[in-house]
Design a binder for this molecule. Structure first.
Ligand code: GLU
Length: 451
């Protein structure tokens, strides 16, 4: 007879904190999920007796390794690299690689944990993982970035594979870095296989992968607004970030008739009261990606805009908000300001951009609030479609993929309704996403027994 251990939420979280000292981001991500599904688990003796949540919150493995490389001046540089393989109950580990000085084991563990639920929500067979390094690509030459990527892959290659673990991009890792890493993988293994996603179109990449995260977040937002009989026409949007996710979210908002007021980077935000239209979005894309410029320079190109240094854009009044930069960029006070200014809906393009206090504020205000694991799943969903195309050795057409992305986002929205409808017209999307994602992974884990 299994003896189930019916601990309460605070006791469970005490254990998580004790086992993961100095890992605040990871503890935060587990807490956000545990708050929602503890009740659900209490009523499901099997999940409880089999310690499913406790097991999902303990990564299958964390690989940590040294990455040595030489800079352009011939200095030897040493960085730390990781791959966190959180859970592969429903498919090979899947999740991006992040290169940023803020990367720690805690950050990658939180991201791999979130990814497990997000990937389950897409309905595609993908487990959860994440990797990266504290390497800072800012200010590095292309040759330096190439040498770093090659060195990183020289260790990583032994832990990944098309049916084992399939990394992709994330902050600091785009098509160029995926190219360097794929080139090195192929060179070492002599194997041309779908081991990474976000590849170039000539070498196994998928159409619309680049656009998918931002577009998907706006599709999700449109689905949420539709539950209240509304759409994006004429709505003002505040967006943070100016990378791949933010610029494509902005593009889709504009296509659906909305007006984008802000974009940002780590230096501050720009506010353009005339709206950031497609031509301006194209300028930002070129400026940030090809010229590696700062968002501050937008005001020189478009003088009606203003730049606010060192601040996030949440004080600009808007109908909808899309945090598309990074974790914990929208705090409790920001959430209160957004609501006081009449914001009706928030869709997260980044991973865990809202801190726990902010999540509680949005929930208490009963606004339309989508957590990243639901609303930003479009990126990894199209990565899943890239894996399918690689296995099939063919490429699907753009309109087929566009439709699949829309259908997947609508499917995730529906799953959130199944478990998050609180009655009285309020849908708790955080609860819905957490329970739907958990249930799929949990049921697979039950089938495998105690492993
Ligand atoms: N880094 C993205 C995410 O946070 C994409 C991961 C992938 O495509 O595997 O979901």
């Amino acid at each position: 007879m299994a003896v189930s251990d019916h601990v309460d939420l605070p006791t469970f979280m005490e254990g998580v904190k004790k086992r993961n000292p100095h890992q605040p981001e990871f503890v935060q991500a587990v807490q956000e999920v545990a708050e929602d599904i503890f009740e659900f688990i209490q009523d499901n003796e099997d999940y409880h007796a089999q310690q499913i949540l406790r097991r999902i919150a303990e990564p299958d493995r964390v690989v940590s390794f040294r990455v040595c490389w030489e800079d352009d001046n011939g200095n030897v540089r040493v960085q730390r690299g990781w791959r966190v393989q959180n859970n592969n109950a429903i498919g090979p580990y899947k999740g991006g690689i992040r290169f940023h000085p803020s990367v720690t084991e805690s950050v990658l563990k939180f991201l791999a944990f979130e990814q497990t639920f997000k990937n389950a929500l897409t309905g595609l067979p993908m487990g959860g993982g994440k990797g990266g390094s504290n390497f800072n690509p800012k200010g590095k030459s292309v040759r330096e970035i190439m040498r770093f990527c090659q060195s990183f892959m020289t260790e990583l290659y032994r832990h990944i594979g098309a049916d084992i673990d399939v990394p992709a991009g994330d902050i600091g890792v785009g098509g160029r870095e995926i190219g360097f890493m794929f080139g090195q993988y192929k060179r070492i293994t002599n194997n041309f296989t779908g081991v990474l996603t976000g590849k170039g179109l000539e070498w196994g990449g998928s159409l619309i992968r680049t656009e998918a995260t931002g577009y998907g977040a706006v599709y999700f937002l449109a689905n949420m607004l539709a539950t209240r009989g509304e759409d994006l026409t004429g709505k003002t949007a505040v967006i943070s970030g100016s990378g791949n996710v933010a610029t494509h979210a902005a593009e889709k908002i504009v296509q659906l008739g909305g007006k984008v007021l802000t974009l940002s980077d780590s230096g501050g935000y720009i506010h353009d009261p005339d709206g950031i239209d497609q031509e301006k979005i194209d300028w930002v894309k070129t400026h940030k990606t090809h010229r590696r410029g700062r968002i501050e320079e937008y005001v020189a190109a478009y003088p009606k805009a203003t730049f606010v240094a060192g601040k996030t854009p949440w004080s600009v009044p808007c109908d909808v908000a899309l945090p598309c930069a990074t974790q914990n960029e929208l705090l409790g006070d920001d959430a209160r300001t957004l609501i006081a200014n009449g914001c009706q809906a928030v869709a997260e393009g980044a991973n865990m951009p809202t801190d726990l206090e902010g999540v509680h504020v949005f929930k208490a205000a009963r606004i339309l609030y989508a957590p990243g694991k639901a609303s930003n799943a479009g990126g990894v969903a199209v990565s899943g479609l890239e894996m399918s195309q690689n296995s099939e050795r063919r490429s699907w057409k753009e309109d087929e993929l566009q439709q699949m992305l829309k259908d997947i986002m609508a499917g995730i929205h529906k799953s959130c309704l199944t478990f998050g409808d609180q009655g009285g017209g309020y849908i708790d999307y955080v609860k819905g996403a957490n329970i739907a994602g958990f249930k799929k992974v949990a049921d697979a884990m039950l089938a495998f027994g105690v492993v």
